[in-house]
Design a binder for this molecule. Structure first.
Ligand code: NAD
Ligand code: ZN
Length: 231
């Protein structure tokens, strides 16, 4: 079965990582929209880095949950791709290989001058971290108002277009262009399954809306896939 899964912050909520728009999404009274922007970084790189260091600490202590693990299992028996908006790397830690990161990865850094990209788990020992060229480094993530990596978005549209089942898990559906992918999949004939404790814009086009947590919802879909037999 060709299964494509769009994941958002909600799939990592059961790992203890706060979502952006949930009640725990605030940091020192700031909203993500006020910190995850190029303007905020150029105005106060230390403040933005402090926020990322707080998030790195939470993410560093988190473990993949049952939802991440089920998706990694499905990759063994299906043609499965995960398109994630998350920057936490938990899909890969659960064992998934076919992962497209639309919004980058919190463990990577990017130089604001020469563009060098590298991974550094200890970047927070001295903030703001610097590149070997001397310039300040930023988290290699996509901020509000910035373009997504073009190859990642091209591949995501291609995958959405040939999906048989398109599963949307734990995303509020307000960040574009990711939020558009389920509509593309639907228009090309995919069945749409939505897993979220709250209704979203995607529930309108859902063939199946599981109004529950990511782990419970994916467990139910796992049963469905097994009852359909091997693909
Ligand atoms: P969001 O915070 O806007 O929405 C989270 C969604 O998850 C909501 O619809 C909520 O109802 C749902 N949810 C909450 N608990 C859930 C659970 N237990 N199971 C399933 N669903 C649950 O997040 P988003 O839609 O991913 O917003 C996009 C932006 O948030 C992205 O830019 C992403 O990079 C960023 N983000 C990432 C992380 C992470 O990497 N873990 C964390 C916070 C935000
Ligand atoms: Zn540099």
């Amino acid at each position: 079965m060709r299964i494509r899964v769009l994941t958002g912050a909600g799939i990592s909520a059961e790992s203890g990582i706060p979502t952006f728009r949930g009640k725990d999404g605030l940091w020192k009274g700031f909203r993500a929209e006020d910190l995850a922007t190029p303007q905020a970084f150029s105005k106060n790189p230390i403040k933005v880095w402090e926020w990322y260091c707080w998030r790195r600490q939470i993410i560093g202590q988190a473990e993949p949950n049952e939802a991440h693990k089920l998706l990694a299992d499905w990759e063994r028996s299906h043609d499965l791709w995960i398109i994630t908006q998350n920057v936490d790397g938990l899909h890969q830690r659960a064992g998934s290989k076919n992962v497209i990161e639309l919004h980058g990865n919190i463990w990577r850094l990017r130089c604001t001058a020469c563009g060098k990209v590298w991974e550094d788990e200890k970047a927070c020992s001295k903030i703001p971290p610097r590149c070997e060229c001397g310039a300040i480094a930023r988290p290699d993530v996509v901020w509000f108002g910035e373009a997504l990596p073009s190859e990642a978005i091209r591949k995501s549209y291609e995958l959405a277009g040939d999906a048989e089942i398109f599963i949307v898990v734990g995303t509020s559906g307000v960040v574009q262009p990711a939020a558009n992918l389920p509509f593309v999949a639907k228009s090309f004939g995919a069945r749409i399954y939505v897993v979220n404790p709250q209704p979203t814009i995607h529930t309108e086009i859902a063939d199946l809306f599981l109004q529950t947590s990511a782990s419970e919802g994916l467990r139910r879909i796992d049963e469905l896939l097994q009852s359909e037999g091997p693909s």
